[in-house]
Write a protein that binds this ligand. Structure first.
Ligand SMILES: [Zn+2]
Length: 229
């Protein structure tokens, strides 16, 4: 293994996880491996697990754990990830996947599992304020509307609120996230690699807090002091 950094990023929808994961990866010069991109690339490259995953997705079914893990294993075996490390985004989703990842990585494991923690009210405000152009998908926010009368700045399309972004739908997703992610946080806590970062506020400040926390986590653990005689 190289001298890079091996991280994963966790966070609720609306916590800014994807954006921060990209910035962290760029900072350390390691690949940003997001689940969506990884599946698309594996299917396009017709890897054994990529093809299997594609079958499930075509049928609109959830891709089972062993296939997900196979795709991840194929991706992590590539030179860039082996030599430099990675920032994983969107994987693992379950404790079983987390345990498999740990097995794949071997003794070195992860440098840190970064949880970008944002209070539910803040996430609700961010997402429920979101408005999307029906035509091109450009996103706006009630605090940053298009220039004219909720018509898209780019193409004049109607700018609307998606059903998914209404408070009830968001609350439901947040509950599911809490249910599925809590065991992951517990697992990484047990391994001693969980790093919780306050994700509220300016994205640049959040990024600085993440880097500081990751650097602290990477410092070699000092040996225990000798027992008094
Ligand atoms: Zn538009």
């Amino acid at each position: 293994m190289g001298s890079g950094v091996r991280l994963l990023v966790l966070g609720k929808q609306g916590a800014g996880k994807g954006t921060q994961a990209v910035r962290i990866a760029r900072h350390y010069g390691v690949p940003h491996i997001s689940t969506g991109d990884m599946f698309r690339a594996a299917a396009a490259a017709r890897t054994p697990f990529g093809l299997k995953a594609q079958e499930f997705m075509k049928r609109g079914e959830l891709v089972p754990d062993d296939v997900v893990i196979g795709v991840v294993a194929e991706r992590l075996a590539k030179d860039d990830a082996v030599d430099d490390g990675f920032v994983l985004d969107g994987f693992p989703r379950t404790r079983v996947q987390a345990e498999e990842l740990q097995r794949l990585l071997g003794p070195g494991g992860l440098d840190a599992a970064v949880d970008i923690d944002v209070p539910t009210e803040v996430v609700l405000e961010r997402i429920s304020g979101r408005r999307v152009c029906r035509t091109c998908g450009a996103t706006y926010h009630v605090s940053h509307p298009p220039k004219v009368d909720w018509l898209c700045d780019k193409d004049g399309g109607d700018v609307i609120q998606r059903e998914d972004d209404k408070p009830e739908a968001i609350e439901r997703r947040l509950e599911l996230y809490e249910r599925d992610t809590r065991p992951l946080l517990d697992y990484y806590e047990e391994l001693g690699v969980l790093v919780t970062v306050d994700g509220d506020g300016d994205p640049d400040d959040v990024f600085d807090r993440i880097l500081e926390a990751v650097e602290t986590a990477r410092e070699p653990r000092s040996p225990a002091p000798p027992a008094p005689r």
